[in-house]
Design a protein around this ligand. Structure first.
Ligand code: ADP
Length: 398
């Protein structure tokens, strides 16, 4: 369709000349336009007397045009509790020529002839001055259906939210309950392992190692689920203790002995033998290290070789490096997102929560957790940075 030109009486549309409607004819069109409007159209003067009332207004408010024209709009469609405000607004206009509501789209409550109230959307404009009288025109839409749908949506959303909350609370409760039996299993398995006659000998493939490793995995998973739930609900706060990161790294390596032993791998900590103190939360640090070490072991298809290195500095850095299967470049950022995993979920167990939790815990301690390098087949290296504890805080040592 070609555009019409707009050059006076010689306008064309699609090459055909069109006749322009003059002002008087356009004015004669007005009542037809008002009648054809999809909204209720009402005109009134500054005393609130109705001058025009279209067919849609009859349907919307229940009053016929014959009944409405000449009557007071306030008594026809304004609910009693809003009448004083409405009258005050008209009085203010008569005295000052100003109307706060003019030109605005408003959502109000209107009154039907049968007495029921219903929501409307309306816009009132100053339409014309006839002698000393000002006429206003109001376009009014009955929005009962829209409001009902909105209320239904809000109710459905609230229901979904509260049932999700109930499920979350139930999962948290169950997971929390699992914690206690799990630590009992780990405690007894550890005790039995050390009570064996030649406890100093590494007992590769001992069933006790398998029990300990699986209990350790379950316990990391329990911590991750509970921590993720607390992160979501904003309940998690970090303590600010002085923590020896080298000591925490050695303790994490000890906890991973069953897992690395079962895989006949190698796990070491290098760096300062002296304490390397950071300001942080010991529980958070343990969770981060357990996740990084367990990933380094689990994602090493051959014999796992995992190194932890602690470097002092203004920001203390701890790296966890492996020689495992690596991570494709396009996934380097995404692996820190919740539930994101590189491999097929059904082939390797895991939840995709570990790195998400670990990075947030690092950030809550004013630190960071990054993947510094990783290439498929060439291993990966993760770097945890935490603020160093200042010397004058040494007396607060954890
Ligand atoms: P999960 O291990 O439960 O899947 P994580 O959030 O700890 O969850 O890790 C997300 C994904 O990142 C893992 O599924 C794995 O694909 C990848 N990934 C993490 N650490 C390593 C690593 N050291 N080597 C190779 N891939 C890793």
């Amino acid at each position: 369709m070609s555009a019409g030109s707009n050059e006076g009486a010689g306008s064309t549309v699609g090459g055909e000349a069109i006749q322009r409607v003059d002002g008087a004819a356009a004015e004669r069109l007005l009542p037809t336009l008002i009648e054809a409007a999809l909204a209720a159209v009402v005109t009134m003067d500054e005393h609130g007397v109705v001058h025009a009332w279209n067919h849609r207004a009859e349907e919307t408010f229940g009053w016929s045009a014959a009944e409405a024209v000449g009557a007071s709009l306030v008594t026809l469609i304004v609910p009693p509790q809003y009448r004083d405000d409405h009258n005050a607004g008209l009085k203010h206009f008569r005295e000052t020529g100003e109307g706060k509501v003019l030109g605005q789209v408003l959502e109000l409550t209107a009154l039907h002839r049968d007495g029921h109230e219903f929501p409307v959307e309306l816009r009132i404009s100053e339409a014309a001055r006839v002698g000393s009288i000002t006429l206003f025109i109001a376009f009014v839409l009955d929005i009962t259906d829209r409001k009902t749908r909105e209320a239904e949506l809000v109710a459905a959303y609230e229901e979904a939210r509260s049932s999700r909350q109930a499920i979350d609370e139930f999962v948290s409760m169950v997971v929390h309950e699992l914690r206690q039996p799990m630590s009992v299993i780990m405690g007894y398995a550890d005790l039995l392992l050390h009570e064996l006659p030649d406890a100093d000998e590494p007992r590769y493939s001992s069933p006790l190692h398998a029990i300990l490793q699986k209990a350790q995995e379950a316990s990391t998973l329990i911590t991750d689920i509970l921590t993720a739930a607390k992160l979501e609900s904003g309940e998690l706060t970090a303590s600010r203790d002085v923590v020896d990161l080298s000591e925490r790294a050695r303790a994490a390596v000890d906890r991973a002995v069953p897992a690395i032993t079962l895989r006949s791998g190698h796990l070491s900590v290098s760096g300062d033998a002296e304490p390397v103190r950071v300001l942080g939360d010991p529980g958070f640090i343990d969770t981060i290290l357990d996740n990084l070490i367990s990933n380094a072991i689990n994602y090493s298809p051959r014999t796992p070789v995992v190194r932890l290195t602690v470097r002092p500095g203004e920001e203390v850095e701890l790296t966890v490096s492996d020689e495992g299967k690596g991570i494709p470049e396009e996934m380097h950022d995404r692996i820190f997102e919740r539930f994101v995993r590189v491999q097929d979920r059904s082939r390797e167990p895991g939840t995709g929560l570990g790195l998400y939790v670990a990075r947030h815990l690092a950030q809550r301690q004013n630190g960071s957790l990054e993947l510094v390098s990783s290439r498929p087949g060439d291993g990966s290296s993760f770097s945890l940075r935490l603020p160093s504890a200042l010397p004058d805080t040494d007396d607060r040592r954890a």
